[in-house]
Design a protein around this ligand. Structure first.
Ligand code: FHN
Length: 476
């Protein structure tokens, strides 16, 4: 009897201690998450079903393209101003050279459509501070260039005409603006930054006023202490923007809470509407935790070039199949894939980008049913590739294959109780593949005669409703 009492006492002390520790670690966060996640409104469901987007980094940095006074700087071309130690006055004078005579918004939009993207995110203003739209809050904008016209408006109209949603990238960090401060070390700094905050808010409201069809805002340049010290401001700004533009989708980079915690608040709660920390990297493909939130990976084709760089021989250039695998992995883990293109100063794309867009588009033509409106299938990833599942189906599962097993037999471990009715190649729906049941819900699917050297899709149709919902609240 004494032993039981002692055990109970130890248990109670342990649990109380844990609860106390948890309460201790939980902070009171006033300026954290605004919208309960995952959002289930139509705008977010459309964002989620899009899966594949085109990122466009375009600004004055496209003119020198990583080369200054005959010297090539290997770092990211949009950072040439700092890489080459160029004065703001000299850099800003590039504005008077910006005349992208080859820019054809409709041609860009048709290339994007053929590639298979459902959305595009374009830099309205990168860190240099130059605005691709005629802003009433600065002369450092497209209106004061030889081009002169509303380039951003042309882009949005052309992409929307092709059925592609447009989101706007906006850098809070602004090298041009005299009131930008990295840290607020003095009263003067604080007064200056208050002016910068008003400027930022005015420009964002201006963008939403001018371009009512945009679907989202993609914030960047929010890593400095000045912004981290302004959690209440970014909280109230997100609320204001969302009140003004119902359905607006905002990335997690916009926010810091009142303790300076970014992306996730000080209690680990995601801010914004989706996590946008996966930049030029992907999660572990076996990671299930990541499937619980909406998220997006933004990716460059070279190792680290967002803006146009004249020399692409400096690093590895990703192949179409590498990029397709990243898109499929994102989809398999409930994420979106935003692939970056850096147009030249004249307004066209380098031939490598055009070629990749075509190759990816050719694959999407045959296989996009495993991408659009698809997500995590609630199944453990296997060595041959990735499972995806259409959010509107519980009995059809996609297997996107990147690694053919030497015996031509694909092991699939479904949820207990799942029974395969039939399996077939997406490219040959009338030819059922041989099945061998290994155990409850585990099978070999035999596909020995697949000749293609590209990734391909096997479709599994189940007898019964799939039980993926047991794993997680579906993000549909
Ligand atoms: O410094 C920028 C960079 O130029 C690029 O815009 C990327 C895109 O995610 N964001 C910043 C680096 O994190």
């Amino acid at each position: 009897m004494k032993k039981i009492l002692l055990t109970c006492l130890i248990f109670i002390i342990g649990v109380t201690g844990q609860l106390h520790a948890q309460e201790e670690s939980e902070k009171e966060v006033k300026y954290g998450q605004i919208t309960e996640l995952p959002r289930q409104d139509d705008a977010m469901k459309k964002w989620r079903s899009n899966r594949f987007g085109q990122f466009i980094h375009w600004g004055l940095y496209a003119i020198p393209g990583g080369v200054w006074k005959g010297k090539t700087y290997e770092y990211a071309a949009e950072f040439l101003k700092s890489s080459a130690g160029i004065s703001t006055a000299t850099w800003d004078s590039l504005q008077y050279q910006f005349n992208p005579i080859k820019f054809n918004a409709m041609a860009w939009a048709k290339m994007a459509k053929a590639m298979g993207v459902k959305y595009a995110t374009i830099t309205t203003k990168h860190h240099e501070g130059f605005c691709l739209w005629p802003s009433e809050y600065t002369d450092f904008d497209i209106e004061n260039t030889p081009y002169g016209k509303d380039l951003l408006g042309e882009f949005i109209e052309a992409y929307n005409a092709e059925g592609i949603d447009v989101s706007l990238y906006y850098s809070v960090l602004d090298w041009h603006h005299p009131d930008w401060r990295y840290k607020l070390n003095s009263e003067e700094d604080k007064e200056a930054f208050e002016r910068l905050k008003i400027f930022t808010k005015n420009q964002l409201l201006e963008l939403l006023d001018r371009y009512p069809t945009v679907k989202g805002l993609w914030f960047d340049g929010t890593w400095d202490q000045c912004w981290k010290d302004n959690g209440q401001f970014s909280y109230e700004l997100e609320k204001k923007l969302k009140e003004k533009h119902p359905g607006l989708v905002v990335n997690s980079r916009m926010r810091a809470d009142e303790y300076g915690s970014r992306h996730f608040d000080s209690n680990g709660v995601l801010m914004g509407d989706y996590e946008s920390g996966y930049e030029r990297r992907l999660p572990n493909p076996w990671d299930i935790e990541v499937t619980k939130n909406d998220w997006e990976c933004c990716m460059t084709i070279p190792e680290n070039q967002w803006g146009y760089h004249k020399d692409w021989t400096l690093t590895h250039i990703k192949t179409a199949n590498e990029l397709i695998e990243m898109l499929v992995q994102c989809t398999s883990q409930n994420g979106n894939f935003l692939l970056n293109f850096g147009p030249t100063g004249e307004g066209d794309f380098r031939e490598e980008e055009v070629k990749l867009a075509k190759e990816i588009g050719d694959w999407m033509d045959d296989n996009s049913s495993a991408i659009y409106n698809c997500g995590y299938a609630g199944l453990k990833k296997q060595g041959w590739g990735y499972f995806t599942q259409n959010n509107d189906s519980e009995t059809t599962i996609n297997m996107v294959v990147f690694n053919k097993p030497i015996n031509g037999k694909y092991r699939v471990k479904l949820n207990k109780g799942s029974v395969i009715k039939k399996a077939y190649l997406l490219s040959k729906p009338d030819k059922a593949l041989d099945l061998e049941e290994i155990s409850n819900g585990e099978y070999f699917i035999e596909a020995k005669k697949v000749k293609t050297k590209d990734p391909f899709v096997i479709i599994i149709e189940l007898e019964n409703k799939d039980s993926k919902k047991f794993h997680q609240k579906a993000l549909t």
